[in-house]
Design a protein around this ligand. Structure first.
Ligand code: ADP
Ligand code: MG
Length: 815
């Protein structure tokens, strides 16, 4: 704990230079020394220094009664002590601090090994059932939960000052005597006013609206005040400072780094801090450090009990940081281990069907395409095919920018499965996209087929395989008879590739011989979904595709169960989309620009404001906007409207018209976000653009620029917040989705990027997803450990295995 010993040193030097005559301070040294000692006592944490300090008996200084010779010797001792105090401080600054062992345990603490950690907090002194109910709202039920209930930040009240050294505006602490404390009227209400003083002066402190404090500050008590002072009538005043009587206990509210907890109504900061201190001191030592010691040392991590103590009541900033690093490492490491375990379970428990690769079929298909695959597409396709050939189920995440050409790669893989006699499923998040995939896959395959037969939602291609290849579309509002027919055909193995929404395929379809599942735009395709597809002894290969660029480390962490493929290159000739953020006053010119593009034969999207999550409300807003635009702004143009409440047939009709160029402008709720591909569309106008995340804006922008003509993205924002502005600036400047994602990650707080809570993964409380180094370290260590002992069967991994089960149980199964 930093402590300013210079004034003392100066006084004592003066005394020495004056020949030890006790004339350095008016009133004699003893009074001065006693004051100083009382203050210093609370700040010396090292037991060694404390012992040395006690020996000097400064708190009961009898300098006046010593002989000149004794005074000289005694002064020398004090100087020596001050020197070692200084040495200890510099040592602390340059090396991570050792934590003082927890002090005495509170009387009411049960002592039954680690068991007591699972006891409800009501077993703690001072926790009533009412208080426990409040804690429950915060997810805290057991003593362990309480230990892991970390403050969201700390107030730095560690700067100790003399009253004469106070300055306006900064957080600072003083240790002083209470001269007087009384209830008084402050701003028309009862409050507390106190006058306190130290050897350098007096200062006033006031607490508005709080007359009760007066009773707690008896005259002559030693008190520590922490907070800011304001200049009032030429004098400093502490306004509602934190306060704490200086007793024979460690400070918890003042004079140090003081924890701030995110509390709920009915829990008070002082109450929680007071409760927390003895719990941390008494129980943190019982938390078993589950990290294998060699790993902990290799990674330079502090021990777990120490980390918990320091996360709540840090000795200093360095200790606080070390604690955070350790606890964040734990979160990321356990997350990784769990994820690797799931993958292992998924792959090992049931072998997959190796899909032999019919090379000539694939070659013919690739040759028939109107374009060459990019190098990145080739690379990814090779990765997929090599996975498919293995008897281990593929679990791969394919990331690729909007327009990077994932569909054709997926189609090739599905074709490979079909050629090898297996069925494939292609799952989309929405019906519009399912239909679009059905159309694109049909288009791609028909180029190599010698004949295509069409029948409602079925396409039959001949000339690709030795037998006919059948493709089917399964969507919600097919009529029942039609649906039944398709389901039966799938069951009989008559359909090779089925395309539909996630929900339909998982719920309603029995496969005959499912070999490959392609999942488009669903990030958390977890164990439950896979199990639903594991039928009749088939453990299908799974390819998950996403256009949401996720920084690699993050992807590896959150989707560590998946192998990662990236199409990091766009087909040649793709343009940069001119992106502008427009002020409300520029709305008219935005409309004029859009009109000009339409006059040149182009088409445009207008994305309606994000009203609420509810589809019904969004649809209503979109209808209103569509009507306004049709009536007032573009009465002479052909407008279409699309939203989530339309039936599939209606959506299909609108999309069909837009694709065919029969509509000039498509007004849409944010549902068009993913996947829609209309090359003639060159203008994207987004309303309330500041309300969307960067990745989502990037997705919108990806709807244009898909053809040859220069494309534009206009972002309207009424009154963006600071963060909103930053996002809009970034999207104007940056085209690369991955770079944007990195920036997005920086702008958003930890956990917010993907909302780990929603994803069913264990909570990340201390880990920041932007902390790439730590992510990488945790991942490397998890892989190392997992490779060495996948079942965590070795004795030194027993505690770890228990902790892993606990964390993942709390986090729940994957959604
Ligand atoms: P996404 O990765 O966003 O799903 P798509 O698969 O929809 O992208 O492809 C976008 C467009 O680019 C489609 O019209 C597709 O035919 C075309 N495309 C795909 N690969 C190439 C390529 N290598 N060269 C040129 N155009 C391509
Ligand atoms: Mg796509």
């Amino acid at each position: 704990m930093p402590m300013n010993v210079e004034p003392l040193r100066r006084v004592l030097e003066l005394e020495r230079d004056k020949g030890c005559t006790d004339t350095a301070v008016i009133g004699g040294l003893d009074k001065f020394l006693r004051r100083w000692a009382a203050q210093a006592m609370a700040l010396i944490t090292s037991p060694r220094l404390l012992a040395q300090f006690r020996k000097l008996r400064l708190d009961d200084a009898k300098y006046a009664s010593l002989s000149q010779e004794q005074r000289k010797k005694w002064l020398a001792d004090v100087f020596a002590f001050l020197d070692s105090l200084k040495a200890a401080e510099t040592e602390v600054k340059s090396s991570p601090k050792r934590v003082a062992p927890p002090r005495k345990r509170p009387a009411a603490v049960p002592q039954a090994g680690g068991q007591s950690l699972e006891l409800p907090i009501t077993t703690l002194q001072g926790v009533s059932t009412a208080v426990a109910a409040k804690f429950k709202k915060l997810g805290v039920q057991t003593i362990r939960d309480l230990l892991y209930f970390f403050p969201h930040r700390h107030l730095d009240y560690s700067r100790n000052n003399y009253i004469s050294g106070l300055t306006e505006g900064e957080e600072q602490s003083i240790t002083a005597n209470v001269w007087q404390a009384r209830v008084t009227m402050l701003g028309g209400r009862r409050g507390t006013e106190a006058i306190v003083g130290d050897e350098t002066g007096n200062v006033r402190a006031v607490w508005f609206n709080n007359p009760y404090i007066a009773k707690s500050l008896p005259t002559n008590a030693r008190v520590v005040l922490s907070g800011r002072v304001r200049l009032f009538g030429g004098r400093y005043v502490f306004e509602s400072p934190e306060w704490e009587l200086l007793e024979d206990k460690e400070l918890v509210h003042t004079g140090r780094l003081v924890p701030l907890y995110s509390l709920t109504k009915g829990l008070h900061p002082r109450q929680v801090r007071k409760l927390m201190k003895p719990v941390v001191d008494g129980f943190a030592g019982q938390v078993a450090d589950f990290l294998p010691p060699n790993l902990r040392k290799r990674c330079n991590l502090v021990e777990l009990p120490q980390a918990i103590v320091q996360a709540h009541y840090p000795e200093d900033e360095a200790a606080k940081d070390n604690a955070r690093v350790r606890l964040a490492f734990d979160e990321l490491f356990l997350l990784q281990l769990g994820v690797l375990g799931k993958k292992h379970e998924w792959q090992e428990s049931q072998p997959a069907a190796p899909v032999g690769i019919a090379k000539p079929v694939l070659d013919t298909f690739l040759k028939s395409l109107p374009f060459e695959l990019t190098a990145a597409q080739h690379k990814v396709l090779r990765e997929l095919l090599s996975d498919l050939e293995k008897p281990v189920a593929m679990s791969r995440l394919l990331q690729g920018e909007v327009g990077s050409g994932k569909t054709v790669v997926a189609t090739a893989a599905l074709l490979a499965a079909a050629a090898s006699g297996y069925q494939g499923a292609f799952m989309a998040p929405t019906e519009i996209l399912a239909e679009q995939h059905f159309a694109s896959v049909t288009e791609l395959l028909s180029r190599t087929a010698s004949r295509v037969e069409e029948e409602d939602n079925l396409r039959r291609f001949t000339g690709i395989l030795d037998k006919p290849l059948t493709l089917a579309l399964l969507i919600g509002d097919l009529n029942q008879a039609n649906k039944k027919v398709i389901q039966q055909l799938v069951r009989d193995g008559e359909i090779d590739v089925i395309i539909g929404t996630h929900a339909l395929i998982q719920k309603e379809v029995d496969f005959n011989k499912l070999g490959l599942v392609v999942v488009d735009e669903q990030h958390r395709f977890g164990v439950a979904q896979r199990s639903a597809l594991r039928q009749k002894g088939f453990n299908p290969h799974v390819l998950v595709m996403t256009a949401t660029p996720i920084p690699r480390t993050l992807a590896l962490t959150l989707y560590g169960d998946l192998d990662l493929s990236v199409i990091d290159e766009l087909p040649p000739g793709r343009q940069t989309i001119k992106t502008r953020w427009l002020k409300p006053a520029q709305r008219a010119s935005a409309y004029a620009f859009l009109r000009k593009q339409v006059a040149e034969g182009r088409q445009a999207f207008i994305i309606c404001p994000l009203v609420e999550e509810s589809e019904a409300i969004q649809a209503k807003a979109a209808v209103a906007e569509y009507e306004r635009l049709s009536r007032e702004v573009f009465p002479d143009l052909k407008l279409g409207l699309i939203h989530g409440r339309l039936s599939a047939a209606e959506k299909d009709e609108v999309m069909h018209k837009f694709r065919a160029g029969e509509l000039d402008i498509l007004v849409s709720t944010p549902v068009v976000e993913v996947g829609i591909d209309v090359p003639n569309a060159t203008v994207m106008l987004v309303e309330s653009a500041d309300r969307f995340g960067l990745s989502q804006l990037h997705q919108f922008r990806g709807r244009v620029g898909r053809g040859q003509a220069q494309s534009y993205c206009m972002l309207l924002a009424e009154n963006p917040s600071e963060i909103g502005r930053q996002r809009l600036d970034l999207i104007e400047k940056i085209q690369d989705g991955f770079k944007l994602a990195e920036e997005d990650l920086k702008l958003r707080g930890p956990g917010e990027f993907f909302g780990t809570r929603q994803s069913g993964l264990p909570d990340l409380r201390m880990a920041k997803l932007s902390d790439v180094k730590l992510l990488e370290l945790a991942r490397a260590e998890a892989i190392r450990l997992f490779t060495d002992d996948p079942g965590l069967k070795q004795a030194e991994h027993r505690l770890l295995s228990v902790e892993l089960a606990r964390v993942w149980r709390a986090g729940g199964e994957w959604s």
